[in-house]
Design a protein around this ligand. Structure first.
Ligand code: FMN
Length: 182
């Protein structure tokens, strides 16, 4: 049951609502200057408002209790590179310390300025190596954090619903979130 959608901050994590009930999510972000943090907090807020309680935590202060209870993990990063080549998730050594999330449904997002190129693919690899079952990703332009976060949350909720329906029907198809940059 959703008790509150007020925002509080506990141990570095922004809390949209207490994680109580069936489906919950944790957003874990790596942010240098705040855009990816802001996007993560907006995503957590949108999911919570839509009935999936979620919190957003920086990569170095993950709420392990909330993570262990969550069904869905969302990992976000900024795009690092030379703007038109060499793009990858920012500070990947920090992302590689993501707690193990064996078997949990995972989604990725990145923020970018010009072109994220293969950033989401690299990020998906990092998350998969920590055990996440990556369902899809979405790139959010830094000038449209709110719109991008809203779109990401809507697509994630659609994807979760479709996957549950497929599971009930015995199908194994994984819906893909589209990359906003393409
Ligand atoms: C060192 C550095 C390299 C960057 N390289 C790229 C790049 O190759 N392509 C791109 O689209 N954006 C690039 N950006 C822009 C960031 O990915 C973008 O501003 C992002 O939203 C920053 O997120 P943050 O505020 O959470 O750190 C770069 C930013 C920095 C600081």
């Amino acid at each position: 049951m959703l008790i509150s959608i007020g925002v509080a901050v506990v141990m570095g994590c922004s809390i949209g609502a207490p994680i109580v009930g069936a489906m919950s999510a944790v957003v874990i972000y790596e942010s240098l200057r705040g855009n990816t943090q802001r996007a993560g907090e907006l995503i957590a807020h949108e999911l919570t408002a839509s009935g999936m309680p979620a919190i957003a935590c920086p990569i170095d202060q993950v709420d392990l209790q909330a993570l262990s209870e969550a069904d869905t993990v969302i990992v976000g990063s900024w795009t690092d590179g030379f703007f038109f080549f060499g793009q990858r998730p920012g500070r990947p050594w920090r992302l590689a310390k993501l707690p193990v999330i064996d078997g949990k449904k995972a989604y990725v997002y990145c923020t970018y300025a010009k072109d994220p190129a293969q950033t989401l693919t690299h990020l998906s690899g990092i998350v998969a190596r920590r055990g996440g079952d990556v369902q899809g990703g979405y790139a959010i332009h830094r000038k449209n954090l709110k719109g991008g976060a809203f779109e990401f949350a809507a697509r994630l909720l659609d994807s979760v619903e479709t996957t549950s329906e497929d599971a009930a029907a015995g199908a194994g198809a994984k819906p893909e979130l589209e990359d906003a940059s393409s």
